[in-house]
Design a protein around this ligand. Structure first.
Ligand code: ATP
Ligand code: MN
Length: 461
């Protein structure tokens, strides 16, 4: 395979023959000279190609090239006299590989993100989406590197599940029964025993329960896969299908988990900052001018750490009029979270010790008997980016919590078994990958940091 533009631009010196293939970002035809900017998506920058009359097919083909055409250009790599690029290609030949119909929707002007979502098949060719996709890739690698350097094993948790992970969100049903013609039982209810899995089944909302199985055998595991929530909320921070990173660690308590989360975010930010420098510089310049300062801040500053009770006190003393009332026992709303992390602390914040009444049954009960060892990491602009907890590993207390919440114990037989056979303290968290990418890039809407967003009313592409 030939070099990509990324590799060519990293060369130490100009000189030598080069062939590049890609799509024209721009084509400018001056008198006797054509300037073509080719992008192959391998890096933010394109390669400038200069073609004159000595270039093969100049009059017949090169002069007619326009934005969006797929081309192959061959020539010599020379130092560029122009600003903003080290090298350019003096073409001896430019071949049209695939032409562009007149209604190509990506013209040189800037398009709104909303419009671009309607052409998700073409938007990866824009500067912004290209940069987003490379940052996603860079973050994926940084996450895998972080865990592997610390002895974590990646566990592949299932996408289809019978359990609802304590109602983390509304679920999508998975079924092969025909709607409207499903078999009925004696009571006239749909007979799920005749469905594919012989039980009601769903797309997973979280890999956590399976990750706990993994941690109680392999000590440190993480999952990184798609999760699904049928939340009918049209917000800029929720998708129906999103990717979640879920580490689970045996012999770990809530403090160890908070340390892990902070280390993790710092390390991923540092690596992405190094590997996606040009892309991040673009976001800082064109999307949100706090991207680079935020990045430096996350890496350099220790995160804040407070308890839920302290958070409530701060909010009550703030003199702010919030839309949702603040009071001990009520969940923190996004406006509260953002006040704390953006305004009061001005940095990422770990909040622990939430009231047990608003948290899932599996969270470790603290000695005060009113809070659980839950943890959220809040960051400016986004609010909650990570949610996690130390898990309840004591069988009797776990059973009591299941009963208190009115859940069917038999449903959790294997989860309870883990507490009967070599139970050990363990803890884990879930990071919404798209929220991480939003935070890193400054992109305002979560639909613009995933290539093919699934949201209420739309699963096209
Ligand atoms: P929120 O209150 O923001 O809806 P949550 O409390 O439902 O979040 P968790 O169940 O703790 O979230 O899930 C773990 C993480 O997954 C969250 O911290 C968040 O980063 C991410 N997340 C949750 N729901 C979504 C969603 N619908 N789209 C994208 N990311 C999500
Ligand atoms: Mn939610």
């Amino acid at each position: 395979m030939d070099e990509l533009i990324r590799d060519i631009l990293r060369r130490k010196a100009s000189g030598g023959g080069v062939t590049v293939r890609g799509w024209l970002r721009t084509a400018r035809h001056a008198k006797n000279l054509s300037f073509l900017e080719i992008s192959d998506g391998s890096c933010f920058a394109g390669l400038q190609v200069v073609a004159g009359p000595e270039c093969a097919r100049f009059e017949e083909e090169v002069r007619g090239l326009g934005t969006g055409c797929a081309v192959e250009a061959t020539g010599e790599l020379v130092d560029s006299p122009g600003e903003g690029q080290r090298f350019e290609l003096h073409a001896s030949e430019v071949k049209l590989v695939g032409g562009v119909d007149a209604d190509y929707p990506l013209q040189k002007k800037r398009h709104g993100f909303e419009f671009l979502r309607t052409i998700a098949h073409l938007r990866p060719r824009t500067n912004t989406l290209g940069a987003v996709l490379r940052v996603r890739d860079g973050a994926t690698r940084a996450i895998n590197d972080f865990f592997h350097a610390r002895g974590f094993v990646q566990l592949h948790s299932p996408v289809i599940t019978l359990s609802d992970a304590e109602g983390a969100g509304d679920m999508f049903r998975v079924s092969t029964l025909e709607p409207g013609n499903a078999p009925r039982d004696a009571d006239g209810e749909i007979d799920w025993k005749q469905d594919f899995f012989e039980a009601p089944s769903y797309l997973t909302v979280s890999g956590q329960l399976e990750a706990e199985i993994g941690a109680l055998a392999l000590s440190r595991v993480y999952t990184f896969g798609p999760t699904f929530r049928a939340e009918n909320s049209n917000t800029s921070r929720h998708l129906a299908e999103f990717w979640m990173v879920e580490p689970e660690v045996a012999f770990c308590d809530i403090d160890g988990l908070a340390d892990l989360a902070e280390d993790f975010l710092k390390s991923v930010f540092r690596q992405v900052g190094d590997q996606c420098e040009e892309d991040l510089a673009f976001f800082d310049k064109r999307v949100d001018d706090s991207v680079l300062s935020t990045l430096a801040h996350v890496v350099d500053q220790p995160f804040g750490r407070i308890t839920y009770s302290e958070a409530v006190e701060i909010l009550q003393a703030s003199g702010r009029e919030f839309e949702f009332p603040v009071g001990w026992g009520a969940d923190l709303q996004s406006e509260h979270e953002r006040f704390l992390t953006e305004e009061h602390f001005g940095k990422p914040l770990v909040v622990t010790h939430y009231p047990k009444g608003i948290k899932a049954f599996y969270m470790y009960g603290n000695d005060d008997d009113r809070t659980v060892a839950a943890m959220d990491v809040l960051v400016p602009r986004i609010g909650e980016i990570i949610g996690g907890s130390q898990r309840e590993h004591r069988l009797d207390i776990l059973k009591r919590r299941i009963a208190e919440q009115g859940l069917p114990e038999e449903h959790y037989w294997w989860y309870l078994d883990l507490r009967r056979f070599g139970s050990a303290p363990h803890a884990g968290f879930g990071l919404g990958f798209e929220r991480l990418v939003q935070f890193m890039t400054g992109m305002a809407n979560i639909r613009d940091v995933i290539p093919f967003p699934r949201v209420p009313g739309n699963a096209e592409f």
